[in-house]
Design a protein around this ligand. Structure first.
Ligand code: GDP
Ligand code: IMO
Ligand code: MG
Length: 437
């Protein structure tokens, strides 16, 4: 039995969906612990593309059970749409999905407020959110006026909280619509939602602790990435939750001493969607290559993702703050055909050389990356075994391991599950982190 946290080590979209789906075969439960439907996790399964936003990627693996933990913010209408989409594709959800009664609900007014905050921000301060209402829903949670799943389903509590929230937010909301219209919008779907979701809702922390006592395998699937963490990312250009491995305990009610292993998912280069500092961003032909070959478009919003070279400072930091034991490296194939590849090993700031992540926004925005250059390769990395990789690709991988001080246990070089090299079989046994303790 073991528990494994799968985290994104960059700015999200590292390929967590593919990796979680691949490992789900070895797990009993797959659990989301933060974020909401701002996430877009792509899984290629049966030659079809599935993009999951709220439901854990393990749902596509037959007979596996999935949990949406208390730390997730749930837009119930969008969740139902996702469930219906899965059912249309003959994925049976019944008895396999559990939703925490303590997760906070996203209502239409959260999405208006999300848009309003972005609209009123100056260009320099815009975050480029997904407009899914994530920040405002988490803000309500912390302000202690949020509506949790259990509250949403209780008439007395719900109406009191709803009217209090609408009254307090009226001035902002009336920039969009008359407050009565917004109230109608909130109520429009409530009956249907309650009818459809009640069978899935329970206290998931009791369930999960029971499962762990029974020594079943559990994967915790992070959304977003370390650099979007509200505490450890490039604040304020972050999301409003803690994608970090530590967030998993708060977002599920599983204690830290029950977590065995931590797997970091890392792209062979870097991408970011939305605004905010990105020291290794490319605006040249190399950037175009990464964007086109990597099909770098947001899985949730369809926006083009910004692309850049691998940033070893970011990933080294991410490994530290998450306690990553081993890495799963994705999208190596996207680098095929490049004459040279660069890796950022530090930053220049004024006359100083930094090899650590600065926290200050003023500094972060002015960093100049320091690169090492490596020879690229023309050969395809779509091979079955590590030994079949060309020498330059191997040298690149070795250099990454050396710079970030962590082993790569899995290499992905294509979208499908089959396009994967397992470098260390231990990754398939989620207890690999126990040795490191
Ligand atoms: P997530 O949010 O971390 O789950 O990642 P996304 O699904 O948003 O974005 C990753 C994209 O890269 C998806 O379209 C995946 O199908 C694709 N992908 C994953 N691994 C690989 C890989 O090794 N090579 C290529 N070419 N595409 C990959
Ligand atoms: P997955 O799980 C990449 C980004 C948004 C924006 C910032 C804040 O697919 O890796 P929000 O709507 O969360 O308030 O937006 O965070 N963002 C993501 N970027 N992948 C994601 O999820 C993201 N979820 C949010 O683009 O910059
Ligand atoms: Mg994504």
């Amino acid at each position: 039995m073991a528990t494994l946290v799968v985290v994104g080590t960059q700015w999200g979209d590292e390929g967590k969906g593919k990796i979680v789906h691949l490992l789900a075969e070895k797990s009993n439960y797959i659990v989301r612990y933060q974020g909401g439907n701002n996430a877009g996790h792509t899984v290629i399964f049966d030659n079809k593309e599935f993009i999951l936003h709220l439901v854990p990627s393990g749902i596509l693996e037959p007979n596996k059970k999935c949990i949406i933990g208390n730390g997730v913010v749930v837009d119930p209408v969008e969740l139902i749409q996702e469930i219906e989409f899965l059912e249309q594709k003959d994925i049976n959800i019944n008895g396999r999905l559990f939703i925490s009664d303590a997760c906070h609900i996203i209502l239409p007014y959260h999405k208006f407020i999300d848009v309003w905050i972005e609209q009123k921000s100056t260009k320099k301060n815009k975050i480029g959110t997904t407009k899914k209402g994530i920040g405002p829903a988490y803000a309500d949670k912390v302000e202690r006026v949020g509506i949790r799943m259990a509250d949403y389903m209780n008439d007395d509590i719900f109406f009191e909280l709803l009217d209090r929230n609408l009254a307090e937010k009226k001035v902002i909301l009336e920039n969009f619509k008359n407050i009565d219209k917004i109230r109608e919008e909130v109520l429009k779907d409530r009956e249907k939602v309650i009818k459809r979701l009640t069978c899935f809702v329970c206290n998931t922390s009791f369930l999960l602790n029971q499962v762990i006592r029974e020594k079943q395998n559990v994967i915790f699937e992070s959304a977003q990435g370390t650099m979007l963490d509200v505490d450890f990312g490039t604040y304020p250009f972050v999301t409003s939750s803690n994608p970090l491995s530590g967030g998993c305990c708060i977002g599920t009610g599983v204690a830290p001493n029950k977590i065995d292993s931590i797997l970091g998912v890392v792209k062979a280069y870097t991408t970011r969607v939305g605004e905010g500092p990105f020291p290794t961003e490319l605006f040249d032909e190399y950037g175009k290559h990464l964007s086109q070959k990597g099909q770098e478009f947001g899985a949730t919003t369809g926006r083009p993702r910004r692309c850049g070279w691998f940033d070893a400072v970011v990933v080294r930091y991410s490994i530290m703050v998450n306690g990553v034991n081993v890495l799963a490296l994705t999208k190596l194939d996207v680098l095929d055909g490049l004459e040279e590849v660069k890796i950022c090993t530090g930053y220049k700031y004024k006359d100083k050389i930094l090899d650590q992540m600065p926290s200050s926004r003023a500094i972060f925005e002015k960093l100049e990356p320091i690169y090492i250059k490596m020879t690229g390769w023309n050969e395809s990395t779509k091979v079955k075994f590590y030994d079949e990789l060309n020498d330059n690709a191997k040298a690149y991988l070795k250099k990454l391991e050396e710079l970030v001080e962590c082993k790569i246990a899995l290499i992905s070089m294509g979208r499908s599950r089959e396009e994967t090299i397992i470098c260390d079989e231990k990754i398939l046994d989620f207890s690999f982190g126990k040795e490191a303790k």
